[in-house]
Design a binder for this molecule. Structure first.
Ligand SMILES: *Cc1c(COP(=O)(O)O)cnc(C)c1O
Length: 428
């Protein structure tokens, strides 16, 4: 099948033989939709409506404040964190689910700068990628201003050369949100450590998408998103991981009472809790954490079928299939592939480029029920992107084929040029 254009029948056969295919039954997928945006907002786990309704009507409605103890609300950030730890190569007790990715990034970057300041006071820089997700760059820029550091932005192929002795922190997103290009966490971390540089990894497009081994990679700090591949629902809490050797060295700067060693002692002075708990700030969103917990149960169900390793195998097959269809079925429509074809260099998405019309083409696809998204370029080195996320928990091979077929029809018919598809919404 490698050189021929795969047929729908080929793909249906792959689905029939897919050992992971029943995992899809854990999710409520709307009929007639091919959902290729699980990298932006994952789908609804079937258990979530009842679990959240129970938390609302019973735990909140009936048991009221007792539920902090009786329903385990108080420890939910740790318990959800322990489930996340299983998919990112961390140990129980090393991860907490809390706040947003942006906020957690602020905490860990501040911690990393503090440690750098103590160990290497001459260092003056944070290095990151110019095409990193903007919030990561904004948070780093703000902290640099506050702490007197400089943010140096480079392209991916310039990172190694940028790891000089004056660099305190290397802050990278493991899988690039635009292109899907994936860094080798272990190799980059080793290069950074050789120069005494602390690494901060954003796992927004990695957690639940690709196998991550934080401890095995020797990473220092990591944050990530709950509402993308982890299927935690809109605005789901994010997570934070800190290597145990660093956790107790620093008070993170948002030292709220939930990070206190004894929050209900109500002492006027701050005593940080031991371990990752100190990375909590204030009261956490219990209803959202409950929904995220349901999303993580889907990964626990996948463990019996080979877990992240098996999911990765399927993810690579899905993204590989889509790229093959772009090269064959979609040949002549002007698409480029921005995602690395090399398997160990990509995450679980495929990003296409086109000289014009990327936004309108994505809108025309959405009108047909094929949901991907558009990511604007900068008019220069980074072009506009049509982005398709392939979530192996619930996307099948026939879905990939149908998506490519719809894209072919959108181009062949010229329907993407309809004026209604040029209308930009607030969220793209
Ligand atoms: C999605 C994403 C975020 C989102 O941050 P929020 O605080 O949840 O809005 C941050 N960083 C990266 C790399 C992302 O892909």
């Amino acid at each position: 099948m490698m050189n021929l254009t795969p047929t729908l029948q080929d793909c249906e056969l792959l689905d029939a033989q897919d050992p992971l295919r029943d995992l899809r039954d854990q999710f409520d997928l709307p009929p007639g939709v091919i959902y290729l945006d699980g990298n932006s907002l994952g789908v609804l786990p079937k258990t979530a409506p009842a679990r959240v309704a129970h938390a609302v009507t019973h735990e909140w409605g009936t048991d009221l404040i007792k539920s902090w103890n009786t329903a385990g609300w108080f420890t939910l950030p740790q318990r959800v964190g322990d489930k996340i730890a299983r998919v990112i190569g961390a140990q129980p007790g090393e991860v907490v689910a809390a706040d947003s990715t942006s906020i957690n990034l602020f905490k860990v970057l501040a911690a990393a700068l503090h440690i750098a300041q103590a160990d290497h006071p001459h260092k003056t820089k944070i290095v990151s990628e110019r095409s990193n997700f903007p919030t990561d760059l904004y948070i780093a820029e703000a902290l640099c201003k506050e702490r007197g550091y400089t943010l140096q932005l480079v392209e991916a192929d310039e990172i190694a050369a940028a790891l000089q002795a004056d660099v305190a922190v290397l802050m990278l997103t493991h899988v690039n949100y635009r292109t899907g290009a994936m860094h080798n966490m272990q190799a980059v971390t080793a290069q950074a450590h050789a120069q005494g540089i602390i690494t901060v990894w954003d796992l927004a497009h990695s957690a639940g998408a690709v196998p991550v081994d934080l401890n095995g990679s020797g990473a220092d700090f990591a944050v990530g998103c709950g509402y993308k591949y982890l299927n935690g629902g809109p605005g789901a809490p994010a997570f934070v991981w800190v290597h145990p050797q660093h956790t107790d060295r620093f008070w993170q700067p948002l030292a709220g009472w939930w990070g206190h060693a004894a929050p209900f002692a109500f002492t006027p002075d701050y005593q940080p809790a031991a371990g990752i708990t100190r990375y909590q700030c204030g009261t956490q969103p219990i209803l959202s954490l409950t929904a995220l917990d349901c999303g993580l149960d889907a990964f626990l169900a996948a463990e019996a079928l080979g877990g992240m390793t098996a999911l990765r195998q399927k993810s690579l097959a899905l993204t590989g299939l889509f790229m093959q269809l772009v090269r064959t079925r979609l040949h002549g429509h002007g698409f480029g592939i921005a995602t690395p074809t090399q398997e160990d260099e990509r995450g679980s998405q495929v990003s296409l480029t086109r000289a014009e019309g990327a936004y309108a083409i994505v809108q025309a696809l959405i009108a047909r029920g094929v949901i991907g998204d558009f990511r604007a370029g900068d008019g220069g080195q980074h072009p506009d992107i049509l982005r398709f996320g392939f979530t192996p928990l619930y996307v099948g091979y026939a879905d990939v084929w149908q998506a490519a077929e719809h894209l072919h029809q959108v181009m062949q018919s010229g329907e993407w040029q309809d004026a209604r598809f040029a209308q930009k919404n607030a969220v793209t």
